[in-house]
Design a protein around this ligand. Structure first.
Ligand code: TMP
Length: 215
C-alpha cells in the first residue's frame, strides 16, 4: 500500500484555492488514489456548524482569542474524525486551509500570540502535519477585489476586513513559506487558472513519485 499524504492549500481570499483544491483532488483520483476533499473551518458536521459561527457577521464582536479557539475546536473534530483516520488507512487528504491559516489570519492578521497557536496546534494535531502545502500567492488588493466581485454585497466576517489586514495575512503566509520551503510550495496565483494548475501538477508529480518510492 502506498502511504497516504496530507496536502493543504492556502492563500488569501480570491487566490483561487477552492478551484485548485478541486483540480488537485481530481488529478490524484485519476492517478488512482483514494482522495478526501475537505476544508477548514469545516469537514465534519460540528466543524461546519462552527464555520457558520465564525464566518457570520453577528451583533457581538468576536475576540481574536475566541476566533482562534473556534478554529481549533473545529480542527480538533476534523483531525480526529476525518483526517487522521483517512491517513491511517493510506488514503490522501486534500484540505482547503489548515493551521497555516490560523497562523496567518489570527496570528499575522489579528495579532494573536504565536506561542498560543503553537501550543493549540500541538494539542489538537498531535503529530498530524501537512506533507505538502500549496501556497497560492497574489497581491492582497487583487485577491480582495476578486473576492468582493464574487460575494457581491454579502461579504463574510473575513471578506469584510480591510486591505491592510489582508496585506498582513499575505506577509505571514510568505514568512511561513520562507521558514519551511520543503513543505510549503509557493505558487504565483495571479496567473491564469490553467497556468496555476500546470504548476501545481508538477508539484503533485513529485509528491506521488516520493510516495511511491517510500513504499
Ligand atoms: P474560505 O476557506 O472559504 O476562504 O473561508 C474561510 C475563512 O476563514 C477565510 O476568510 C479564512 C478564515 N480562516 C481563519 O481565519 N483561520 C483559520 O484557521 C481558517 C482555517 C480559516
Amino acid at each position: 500500500m502506498i502511504p497516504g499524504r496530507f496536502i493543504t492549500l492556502e492563500g488569501i481570499e480570491g487566490a483561487g484555492k477552492s478551484t485548485q483544491a478541486r483540480l488537485v483532488a481530481q488529478w490524484l483520483r485519476s492517478a488512482g488514489f483514494t482522495v478526501h476533499s475537505t476544508r477548514e473551518p469545516g469537514g465534519t458536521a460540528l466543524a461546519e456548524r462552527l464555520r457558520r459561527v465564525v464566518l457570520e457577521r453577528g451583533e457581538e464582536d468576536i475576540l481574536p482569542v475566541t476566533e482562534t479557539l473556534l478554529m481549533f475546536a473545529a480542527r480538533a473534530q476534523h483531525v480526529a474524525h476525518l483526517i487522521r483516520p483517512a491517513l491511517q488507512r493510506g488514503e490522501w487528504v486534500v484540505c482547503d486551509r489548515f493551521t497555516d491559516a490560523t497562523r496567518a489570519y489570527q496570528g499575522g492578521g489579528r495579532g494573536v500570540d504565536a506561542a498560543l497557536i503553537d501550543s493549540l496546534a500541538g494539542a489538537v494535531q498531535a503529530g498530524v502535519q501537512p506533507d505538502c502545502t500549496l501556497l497560492l500567492d497574489l497581491p492582497a488588493a487583487i485577491g480582495l477585489a476578486r473576492a468582493h466581485a464574487r460575494s457581491g454585497g454579502s461579504a463574510d466576517r473575513f471578506e469584510a476586513e480591510t486591505l491592510a489586514f489582508f496585506e498582513r495575512v499575505r506577509e505571514s503566509y510568505l514568512a511561513i513559506a520562507r521558514g519551511d520551503p520543503r513543505r510549503v510550495r509557493l505558487i504565483d496565483a495571479s496567473a491564469a487558472v490553467q497556468t496555476v494548475q500546470a504548476r501545481i501538477e508538477v508539484v503533485l508529480g513529485e509528491l506521488v513519485h516520493e510516495a511511491r518510492a517510500s513504499r
